[in-house]
Design a binder for this molecule. Structure first.
Ligand SMILES: [Zn+2]
Length: 177
């Protein structure tokens, strides 16, 4: 993951010890997370109060971008905003699957995040949980992500870390500030 070079000040702070969910999304406004973040900051129709709704963005070439530190809210999932880490994959996953590089990158992100959060971490698709979207017809991330498969893989790759060790690593990388 890239280091956070520009720490966002507009998203609300939160207590990372209360994080419980990893929420998967599709996003196809732009090819990069940086451009996607810029779009949300400048468009009211994004519906996020001009805040960036994703913590992590995975480009089609597998590049992982961090848009918002985990210690701040990325308002991408309604009732799961305070306790969720929002992970977006670039592309319309209702129409076609993620690229192999994206799938690999997602696996790495989920391994890191579940290892950090521990067994309490729940991986969910955005619209799998009620109250996460104002649009009842929304399908996110989309049928080309096999959520049960993703959960199984994350479980198989789970590596427990000592929490203090994880906190140090995450602070060092700038994922938590
Ligand atoms: Zn979504």
């Amino acid at each position: 993951m890239n280091d956070l070079t520009r720490v966002s000040e507009r998203e609300a702070k939160r207590d990372v010890s209360r994080l419980t969910h990893i929420v998967l999304h599709r996003s196809h406004l732009a090819e990069t997370g940086e451009a996607t973040a810029e779009w949300f900051k400048t468009h009211d129709e994004g519906g996020t109060g001009r805040k960036v709704p994703y913590h992590i963005y995975i480009r089609k070439d597998g590049t992982i971008e961090q848009l918002v530190p985990f210690s701040r809210v990325a308002p991408g999932a309604g009732v799961l905003n305070k306790t969720g880490i929002q992970v977006a994959l670039c592309g319309d996953l209702r129409q076609y699957p993620p690229t192999p590089k994206q799938a690999m990158a997602l696996g790495k992100v989920l391994q890191d995040l579940t290892s950090w959060l521990g067994k309490k971490a729940k991986i969910v698709g955005h619209t799998e949980v009620e109250g996460t979207s104002s649009d009842p017809t929304k399908e996110c991330p989309g049928k080309h992500i096999n959520l049960d498969g993703v959960r199984k893989l994350a479980e198989e790759n789970y590596v427990p870390w000592h929490p203090a060790q994880a906190d140090d690593l995450f602070r060092e990388k700038g994922w938590v500030v």
